[in-house]
Ligand binder design. Sequence first.
Ligand SMILES: [Zn+2]
Length: 240
Amino acid sequence: MSRTHRLELDDQTLREWDAVVLDSGPDGIVLDRSAFYPGGGGQPPDHGVLLWGGVQTRIVDARKSSDEVYLVPLDTDPLPPPGTAVRGAVEDDRRTALMRTHSGLHVLCGVVFRDFGALVTGGNMEPLTARMDFNLPELPEGFRDAVETACNTEIGADRRIDVRVLPRDEAFALPDIIRTATNLVPPEVKEVRIVDIVGLDQQADGGTHVASTRQVGRIEVVKIESKGKGFRRLRIRVSD
Ligand SMILES: [Zn+2]
């Protein structure tokens, strides 16, 4: 169990907060409270800064081990010693772009499953650009345009994106969750965080998301690649 309270899981809009350094060393900095997303589920870690006593420590990476969230400072910046009170800030441009992109991928995933019955096999994202792999042996005529149009229709519908935490049994009773995540969540995990694009897509997910689909902006399907054995890689771009 991490000693860090994960503020970004409670409030995805939070960008600044006060915290105390619990540990700092070669592995990185551990805070009692942090809103730095440490990476996972295809979403890269946040960047940002810790301010303390007139000093700034730039955070260029973050990662989660089984028991801690480590913030990785720029190696030329000073390391705040344990016990230091700091003001943490997450770089808003990068995080907001990643939230839009991550939610955009869930829209894509929901649309491709609903309209073509294809399951996701993998994915990855950078701010405003992403790829998602689907098990899709046949590529129907007009697939790219149909997917792009349907994604932007769902964005225009401004569907709410809700986050809730459910007991494991209850979460896995949701049909959508069985489709996406049953085998991905380790057995010792007793509570499952669900990201629900209401009426379109529900997934077990630890990432950060915008509050409604309209905030994604616009999705462009820029490329479809064939990866063999029926796997298709869709590359998307997110814009305003
Ligand atoms: Zn996700």
